[in-house]
Ligand binder design. Structure first.
Ligand code: C2E
Ligand code: MG
Ligand code: MG
Ligand code: MG
Length: 280
């Protein structure tokens, strides 16, 4: 009995593993052609000053529309692109595309920051600095409009190498944000050595405000710490008026989340901008 059950369990797991391995292999293969086949698009999520209702910038978020599978979310493929090294080429496309869009916004008088997510491999890659300086040169984008988002885990490990790379990026005039702040385990003593400009409070702390007392304490503490360190702070995943109110009460005015807008495409960005300029 037990033996049969054990075999079944094994059989069950191995089928699951097969399915996962197959999906991974499928994505790995398809990723190779997706760039050339122009299956990627960027969406942009506005970052809004909740007090003045100004758009202070956008975060570029990649979207993959596969001809047979339809929409494949970034959480399903970014780690695979990272593992295979494809992320470097894909990331270069993201930087180029987002900076060009930013300059089109600029030309329309709709300037703002453009935040781009970097992956660990991209951050460590030797080509990053030349990729960034090339794109700034080609687009004539003011470097301070470009914000790169990194996560805490990318900065741990070889901390000294990370700090060197951060300084190289800062020398270009580009701004740096720590994404998903509070979910990694960055040591606070390192935080003040990282030449970063902004912290993004992770969505997981924001989503249960005002029900979760602990999350409110943590969020308030992160905001207070950011202020002490003279860092800007953005709250991610803001979905309700109560959350906006709580954040305002705690001196966090820049917010990003479905409450103001989900990630939207280029033409929707123009509409969104207009709608905030002419409030009802
Ligand atoms: P992230 O950088 O933390 O991006 C925020 C994620 O939260 C996005 O998911 C966004 O759509 C979602 N979001 C924004 N507001 C709300 C809200 O109010 N409620 C909820 N429930 N969700 C909200 P998305 O677009 O699926 O991206 C997931 C992750 O994939 C990103 O997390 C980022 O780590 C990664 N990613 C996306 N685009 C790129 C890229 O171009 N390069 C790299 N390396 N990673 C990327
Ligand atoms: Mg991000
Ligand atoms: Mg985030
Ligand atoms: Mg994330």
């Amino acid at each position: 009995e037990a033996k049969a059950k054990g075999r079944n369990t094994f059989h069950f797991y191995s089928q699951e593993l097969d399915a996962a391995a197959n999906e991974r292999l499928f994505i790995e293969n398809e990723l190779r052609i997706a760039l050339k086949a122009k299956q990627f698009k960027l969406n942009y999520q506005p970052q809004v000053n909740s007090q003045t209702m100004e758009v202070i910038g956008y975060e570029a978020l990649i979207r993959w529309y596969h001809p047979e599978k339809g929409f494949i979310p970034p959480d399903k493929f970014i780690h695979i692109a990272e593992a295979t090294g494809m992320i470097v080429e894909l990331g270069e496309w993201v930087i180029d595309e987002a900076c060009h869009f930013s300059m089109r916004l600029q030309a329309l008088g709709q300037a703002g920051n453009m935040s781009i997510n970097l992956s660990a491999r991209q951050f460590k890659d030797d080509r990053l600095i030349s990729t960034l300086s090339d794109v700034l040169e080609r687009t004539k984008m003011p470097p301070n409009l470009l914000h790169l988002e990194l996560t805490e885990s990318m900065l741990m490990g070889d901390v000294e190498a990370a700090i060197t790379q951060l300084h190289e990026i800062k020398r270009l005039g580009v701004a740096l944000s720590i994404d998903d702040f509070g979910t990694g385990y960055s040591s606070l003593s390192y935080l003040k050595r990282f030449p970063v400009d902004m912290l993004k409070v992770d969505r997981s702390f924001v989503q249960d405000i005002p029900e979760d007392q602990n999350d409110m304490e943590i969020t308030a503490a992160i905001i207070a710490m950011a202020q002490k360190l003279k860092l800007q702070v953005v709250a991610e995943g803001v979905e309700t008026q109560e959350q906006v109110d709580f954040l305002q009460k705690n001196n966090c005015f820049i917010v990003q989340g479905y409450f103001y807008s989900p990630p939207i495409n280029e033409s929707e960005v123009h509409d969104f901008y207009q709608s905030l300029q002419r409030p009802i």
